[in-house]
Design a protein around this ligand. Structure first.
Ligand code: ZN
Length: 131
């Protein structure tokens, strides 16, 4: 399918702009069904306003966060307040995040963390030796 440059009118400022053949091709390759309603300047202006509508990438991140949360389990103690439960849950999320980071950054372990890991390993070794 071939495309031709099309002259469009910006719905925002009324200026004429060109929906180029190249752009049309790009739109089709991305399966965009809507034609651009605004001139490039207005689009850019809207983007830099950051009104949230064009925040690509953000949904992916929140999905990741969700997956991480759903792998955690918090047991509810009888008579425990929601507040304390939430605190516990947040601590768990934090801990799991820390552990993950330690695993991922083996070459960059903070001194305090390294000491903690070392003492943990020593404890494990002692336990194995039966002392
Ligand atoms: Zn415009």
């Amino acid at each position: 399918m071939s495309f031709e440059d099309r002259s469009m009118q910006c719905s925002n400022c009324g200026a004429a702009f060109t929906f180029s053949a190249k752009d049309q091709e790009y739109f089709q390759s991305k399966s965009y069904t809507n034609e651009p309603k605004r001139c490039p300047e207005c689009r850019q202006a809207r983007k830099s306003e950051g009104n949230g509508r064009s925040s690509y990438g953000a949904p992916r991140q929140s999905l990741l966060g969700h997956a991480r949360f759903s792998s955690l389990e918090v047991r509810v103690n009888e008579g425990e307040s929601q507040e304390s439960l939430l605190r516990r849950f947040q601590r768990m999320v934090q801990m799991s995040g820390v552990l993950r980071e330690v695993k991922a950054n083996r070459h960059f372990v903070p001194k305090s963390e390294a000491a903690r890991i070392k003492s943990k390993k020593n404890a494990q070794r002692r336990r194995r030796q039966g002392n």
